[in-house]
Design a protein around this ligand. Structure first.
Ligand SMILES: C[S@@+](CC[C@H](N)C(=O)[O-])C[C@H]1O[C@@H](n2cnc3c(N)ncnc32)[C@H](O)[C@@H]1O
Length: 248
């Protein structure tokens, strides 16, 4: 993958303007799937992902967040929770120099998903449900020195279409990811996690505020404005075991 700043990953602004494609509702295609197809065909991030060999459109969300907040640095150990099909892992492996860094500037990416991820250079992948009781130990055992500098989670359970239920399920995953982050991060580490607006966030925010110096919400441009999706970024992990335990 090309390096940042070298004209490699440019995102939707790097390409030429696309012509708008209209999709008619064929007999076998429902209105909603026609709408989905039309949106995909006209989405500049989908086009950029295809052009630039990114595994997912979601890769640009991490790219935009990291361009602005500078979370990923050469040499860091990163955990990617809910990694399939691998877009975030691709970006992380590139930025921490998991493949081509020298000495302590060579980073590491450990990724997990219960879906398959095609092998990615510089990424150690485990196919497993993160909520399995063995998952956290398995991830820790794969890390250099057993600790991480960044934990990121884009985990989302399949939606059932009932907004409240979908939000609660996402927030359950986000809270599990946050507890794991507090357990595995080294001091000054960072946690980035998908959440949902209106998704019972209070407990999560309390936990993060106790354990990190800065907690903020982020909506990167690549996150569709009509979606309730939002990211929470917590930086400056205090590494204080008692603060985490206060929640238990
Ligand atoms: C939005 S996708 C992630 C996209 C990814 N960040 C990328 O850039 O390619 C959400 C992923 O979370 C995974 N996921 C949801 N719940 C999970 C769990 N309990 N354990 C592991 N993965 C999970 C799903 O299988 C799905 O692949």
């Amino acid at each position: 993958m090309a390096k940042k700043g070298s004209g490699g990953i440019t995102g939707p602004t790097g390409g030429q303007r696309q012509l708008h494609v209209r999709v008619k509702t064929a007999r076998k295609r429902s209105t909603s799937s026609a709408r989905w197809l039309e949106r995909q065909l006209n989405d500049p991030y989908v086009a950029a992902a295809k052009r630039e060999g990114m595994r997912s459109r979601a890769a640009y969300k991490l790219l935009e967040i990291d361009d602005k907040h500078r979370i990923l640095k050469p040499g860091q150990r990163v955990i990617d929770l809910g990694a399939a099909p691998g877009g975030w892992s691709q970006i992380a492996a590139d930025r921490v120099k998991a493949l081509d860094g020298q000495g302590d500037k060579r980073g590491q990416v450990v990724a997990i998903d219960y879906l398959d991820v095609e092998p990615l250079p510089g990424v150690d992948f485990v196919k497993m449900d993160f909520t399995d009781e063995d998952a956290e130990d398995r991830l820790k055992s794969m890390l250099r020195d057993g600790a991480a500098d960044v934990v990121m989670s884009d985990m989302a359970a399949p939606t059932v279409g009932h907004t409240r239920t979908d939000h609660l399920r996402i927030m359950g995953l986000a809270e599990a990811a946050a507890h794991f982050a507090c357990d595995v991060l080294s001091p000054d580490g960072a946690f980035l996690c998908k959440v949902f607006q209106g998704g019972a966030e209070r407990d999560l925010l309390d936990l993060l505020k106790r354990n990190f110096k800065t907690v903020r919400h982020i909506k990167p441009p690549a996150s569709r404005s009509d979606s309730a999706e939002l990211y929470v970024l917590a930086t400056g992990f205090r590494g204080d075991k008692k603060a985490e335990d206060a929640d238990n």
